[in-house]
Design a protein around this ligand. Structure first.
Ligand code: C2E
Ligand code: CA
Ligand code: CA
Ligand code: CA
Length: 278
């Protein structure tokens, strides 16, 4: 059975279309992983560019696979999305993130924003708004501290329906971040119809900031975000040089290996604790 498992996993990694029976098996594996509590959230800090203070965390999904160890989303999210298991997984992510925020609150740590990635199938599911609201209500959270990260391409896909859903959530204070900004298709006319709070500049621009064209693009994106009164976060910041440039361009927050990779709940809590003590 073990060798079978290995050959199956090769399909996922190659990103190939697995045959129907294979996909059925993967779906079973993913559902079992959910039931056995093998998923875990890691947290990557989003830091104030000027003061270095932690303003929030992005929750990033991991799978402690019994045979393969720690798997990152690239290994399983595409399949989960394809077979629809991403919907219950996404629901778990929301509840887990909410529970984490409740834990930080109980521990008396300073309130920080927590951002959660939302997938296509999840956003399109009829239960989406209720699923987010439930997570917030079960833990009596301040909706303002929960942010949903959605790519511009996904937002535009069914923009009328999405605008209604996200409008309902924004009434409850829940925030919206445009993820991977600059890489997809979006129209400013339509973007302005969404209750956006944060713009996340994609890491591909940040990592090549030394190229003049990227410098102008990032500069323009930051200026636009600031002009629209949005919180601007640059992703994939790996060096002091990048941070300094982004500060110069008045980007509000940075996220990336320069400050910290995604860390366990335990480490994230310790990080917040150090901040609270100053
Ligand atoms: P993303 O939302 O764009 O997340 C940022 C990715 O960049 C993360 O990869 C993060 O670990 C990585 N990263 C952070 N800092 C740096 C850096 O300085 N340099 C580089 N090269 N990379 C950096 P990760 O955790 O493997 O996640 C990959 C993607 O999987 C995410 O991209 C997101 O689209 C998706 N994902 C993660 N968690 C979830 C989830 O709970 N639900 C859904 N639907 N998707 C998720
Ligand atoms: Ca994200
Ligand atoms: Ca991103
Ligand atoms: Ca991405």
């Amino acid at each position: 059975a073990k060798s079978q498992g290995r050959s199956r996993l090769q399909f996922w990694e190659a990103g190939m279309q697995a045959p129907y029976s294979e996909r059925m098996q993967i779906e079973v594996d993913l559902r079992r992983a959910l039931a056995r509590n093998e998923f875990v959230l890691f947290y990557q800090p989003q830091v104030d560019t000027v003061t270095g203070e932690v303003r929030g965390f992005e929750a990033l999904l991991r799978w402690w696979h019994p045979q393969r160890g720690l798997l990152t989303p690239a290994d399983f999210i595409p399949v989960a999305e394809e077979c629809g298991v991403i919907v219950p997984i996404g629901d778990w992510v929301l509840r887990q993130a909410a529970e984490q925020m409740a834990e930080w609150r109980r521990a008396g740590l300073p309130p920080v924003r927590l951002s959660v990635n939302i997938s296509a199938r999840q956003l399109e599911s009829a239960d989406f708004v209720d699923s987010v609201m439930r997570a917030v209500q079960v833990y009596s959270l301040d909706g303002n501290l929960l942010e949903l990260e959605i790519t511009e391409t996904l937002l535009m896909r069914d923009f009328e329906a999405n605008a209604i859903k996200l409008g309902r959530l924004s009434v409850a204070g829940i925030r919206l971040a445009i993820d991977d900004f600059g890489t997809g298709y979006s129209s400013f006319k339509y973007l302005s119809r969404f209750p956006i709070h944060t713009l996340k500049i994609d890491q591909s621009f940040v990592q090549e900031l030394d190229r003049e064209e990227n410098m102008s693009i990032v500069n323009a994106m930051i200026a636009m975000g600031r002009g629209m009164n949005l919180n601007v976060v640059a992703e994939g910041v790996e060096t002091e040089a990048q941070r300094a440039l982004l500060q110069q361009m008045q980007c509000h927050e940075v996220q990336g290996y320069y400050y910290s990779p995604p860390v366990s709940s335990h480490e994230a809590t310790a990080l917040l604790g150090r901040h609270a003590r100053g």
